[in-house]
Design a protein around this ligand. Structure first.
Ligand SMILES: Cc1cc2nc3c(=O)[nH]c(=O)nc-3n(C[C@H](O)[C@H](O)[C@H](O)COP(=O)(O)OP(=O)(O)OC[C@H]3O[C@@H](n4cnc5c(N)ncnc54)[C@H](O)[C@@H]3O)c2cc1C
Length: 489
């Protein structure tokens, strides 16, 4: 069941677009109202090129007041709004539908680093700030903003918040929700809520910021955030090891956690097939493929101890793991370049996959204890039903998060894969649920998984979510049909 709101007719613009565009122009200036097709194009397709939409205009406000003015105009005319940051989302949340009735509000001009409070260990930034720039601003003051993911050169803090992004350091520092102390939001009413508090304790009623984090632009527009920063670690060590199988990687995770405890910042599982995808770009990847092992683990330790101590502890740990046959072989990076190459291999995989044509992606999470069984069972069932597919697995296994992706054995099969998408999704997600997992770990719902959300969540959960949506966005102008389906027109 969808979300009961106005019918399509009621929401339809009853005037031609020209006066509306003039109102937008008055609010933010002509230069920032993009209504020509060629100007709008880059904002109308998602990163993975799976979703294409259309929009009346792309609006590029420069500050919170301009965002508020735009939302008021949209509310008055009942124009749907699609918020957009870096447009790197993987579920089509930032792509408008094909009707051409929505506006995209692009937040990238709200990119200021507003304050870095060293004593309070917080950084306050505009929602359009690019994640990498926020990391760099923190490093300039000898601090770490730990959110890190392969799209960090383009994605924005607003998008990270709206999708509750995870990435490679969740194990130690948590996801975006855990890193956030305060938000500034423009509501669907066009009102500005300044909740930019830098408080670690604040039990004054409902946690409003937590409603907006992970809401994928469906409840309001995030315009700024106050985030936690941490001391920069003194030592960083990156290691690539070959493990016997997935179960060995889980046993290794436990050993590393026992010996290195909080120093463990990343623990990424990568299948050989994923390494193959990037072997033409990294010499190291070619070397890794030469030995017999289907699985690798990329480990990162960040410590306040000296490099000598961390290296020695790690070498001892790896020797023990080799003695007990968990680890077959390993390389500890001995330079920043080598560490970068190791991370380069991991972070290039999502982009390299795009060359394979159709990829059916699953961003799933499971209890860590279920991962090995899940992979074995699901791989076997998929291959039994469709022998002409391949399974590419990589992910943040330290958080129980796998990217479990299906491609054809060749481009021809990949092209035909679209016909099997729903059956493959069903099989994989049924297995996820049998193993007590979630079908969306860190990428969100967007438009890609909106139907499945309705099918998989309990009716109580869906009713609570609809009540929140209805309470905060009664006209359903905020990113309609993302996360929660509107009733058919
Ligand atoms: C190569 C690659 C690797 C990735 N790796 C990871 C990973 O490891 N972990 C992970 O979690 N994600 C990952 N992602 C997904 C993506 O980068 C994240 O979801 C990111 O947080 C999106 O940020 P963005 O600014 O690009 O948001 P967009 O794509 O622009 O938008 C995403 C959603 O947020 C909404 N939104 C954007 N800005 C605002 C705002 N200011 N207020 C309200 N709503 C807003 C949009 O409407 C949309 O629903 C990866 C993507 C790529 C391409």
């Amino acid at each position: 069941m969808g979300y009961p709101l106005q019918t399509f007719e009621e929401l339809k613009l009853d005037e031609s677009a020209t006066p509306l565009l003039a109102e937008f122009t008055d609010a933010i200036g002509e230069e920032y109202v993009l209504s020509k097709d060629e100007d709008k194009v880059p904002y109308l397709t998602d990163w993975g090129k799976r979703f294409k939409g259309n929009a009346l205009a792309v609006l590029r406000p420069k500050n919170t007041s301009e965002v508020a003015a735009l939302i008021k105009i949209c509310k008055h005319h009942r124009v749907p709004i699609v918020p957009q940051g870096g447009n790197t989302g993987l579920c089509g949340g930032a792509t408008p539908d094909a009707s051409g009735r929505a506006v995209v509000i692009c937040l990238r001009r709200l990119n200021q680093i507003k304050a870095l409070d060293l004593e309070n260990a917080t950084i306050t930034v505009g929602a359009g700030a690019v994640l990498k720039h926020v990391q760099e601003a923190a490093v300039l003051k000898n601090r770490l903003f730990p959110l890190s993911l392969a799209a960090e050169g383009s994605c924005t803090i607003g998008g990270n918040l709206a999708t509750n992004a995870g990435g490679v350091q969740v194990l130690r520092y948590g996801n975006m929700r855990d890193l956030t102390l305060g938000l500034e939001v423009v509501t669907a009413n066009g009102e500005i809520w300044n909740g930019l508090r830098g408080l670690r304790k604040d039990n004054t009623g409902y946690s409003l910021k937590d409603l907006f984090i992970g809401s994928e632009g469906t409840l309001g527009i995030i315009t700024a955030a106050t985030l936690k920063v941490f001391p920069l670690p003194r030592t960083k060590l990156t290691v690539l090891v070959k493990v016997t199988d997935v179960a060995s990687s889980i046993a290794l995770l436990q050993q590393v956690q026992k010996v290195c405890s909080a120093d463990l910042t990343a623990f990424e599982l990568i299948s050989n097939r994923a390494i193959e995808l990037v072997s033409d770009r990294f010499v190291l990847a070619q070397q890794l493929l030469q030995d017999q092992s289907d699985w690798l683990v990329l480990i990162e330790l960040s410590s306040m101890d000296s490099e000598d101590k961390v290296r020695l502890d790690l070498q001892n740990l790896l020797m023990d793991a080799m003695d007990s046959k968990l680890v077959l072989d390993g390389i500890v990076a001995d330079s920043i370049q080598q560490s970068k190459a190791m991370w380069g291999i991991r972070e290039t995989i999502p982009e390299a996959q795009l060359q394979l044509g159709n990829v059916i992606k699953h961003d799933i999470s499971l209890p860590i204890s279920e991962l090995s069984d899940f992979i074995q069972t699901t791989n076997a069932r998929l291959k039994e039903s469709w022998p002409d597919i391949e399974i590419i697995v990589f992910g943040h296994v330290g958080d129980g998060n796998l990217h479990y992706n299906i491609v054809g054995i060749n481009l021809e099969v990949s092209t035909l894969l679209e016909n099997r998408r729903s059956q493959i999704n069903q099989l994989v997600h049924d297995q996820v649920y049998l193993h007590n997992g979630s079908f969306s770990a860190e990428h969100g719902i967007g438009q890609a998984k909106v139907t499945e959300l309705t099918e998989r969540k309990s009716s109580v959960e869906m009713a609570l979510m609809r009540a929140i949506k209805k309470g905060l966005d009664p006209l359903c102008i905020m990113n309609p049909n993302k996360v929660i389906l509107r009733d058919p027109d």
